[in-house]
Design a protein. Structure first.
Length: 222
């Protein structure tokens, strides 16, 4: 099956056929809620068997009755391909057969973002300290080679903010407004000038978190 990255139009068309999934940060992502932890483990085992059949392996995370799953093609630069679409379709069928329901708005993707005028001057420190690596086509970010921790993104700017670190939380587009409203109700100041791509929320101490959607910063892995 073709392992070439899908372009934006092909990705949009694929997602229209995949109601259980959302495209975000170079992967197809969702969560399935199983009737019980035992059934969740059956789903993990089923996806494992599917991965062996396809010679294509997702990231899976089992949490009690929830199974978080993301499909991406490493050989295509951590981008979505036709193989991922086919794998997602079959994963949904496995879940349905086990009585697990998709909750595609549940997963959130976390990135640590650092304002800097010169990523090359600082990235080596963070790569070494975290054991992270660069990926081809994504020069301003570092990634956990085991796909466990959040990525680190170096936001190029000649005028770094006083609080240089901030968090980028990427969510499904339909979940963003409710999340922004909840964080604002918890006491954050809101800057929605770049919405719906991202909304900047600032706490009382000046620390920021950006709620991002698939229309956020250009993603070299999409």
């Amino acid at each position: 099956m073709d392992r070439s990255p899908l372009d934006a139009d092909a990705s949009d068309a694929a997602l229209r056929r995949l109601p259980d999934w959302r495209g975000r940060l170079g992967a197809l992502r969702t969560a399935f809620r199983a009737p019980s932890p035992a059934v969740a483990l059956q789903l993990v085992a089923g996806v494992g068997a599917l991965a062996e059949e396809l010679d294509h392996h997702p990231s899976l995370d089992w949490r009690y009755d929830l199974v978080f799953c993301s499909w991406t093609t490493h050989s295509a630069g951590w981008r979505v391909t036709a193989l991922d679409v086919a794998a997602a379709e079959r994963t949904s069928r496995l879940a349905a057969d086990l009585g697990a329901r998709a909750e595609p708005s549940l997963p959130r993707s976390l990135e640590l973002a650092l304002d800097t005028a010169d990523p090359d001057a600082v990235s080596g420190v963070w790569a070494t300290a975290l054991g992270y690596v660069r990926r081809a086509g994504d020069p301003d970010a570092l990634h956990d080679p085991h796909d466990r921790g959040p990525s680190v993104w170096f936001q190029r700017t000649p005028t770094p903010a006083p609080s240089r670190w901030h968090l980028d939380v990427s969510v499904a587009a339909e979940a963003a407004d409710d999340l922004v409203a909840a964080v604002a109700a918890a006491g954050a100041a809101v800057d929605a000038s770049a919405a719906p791509a991202f909304t900047v929320l600032t706490d009382a101490c000046g620390d920021r978190v950006c709620i991002c959607t698939p229309r956020g910063r250009p993603d070299p892995t999409s």
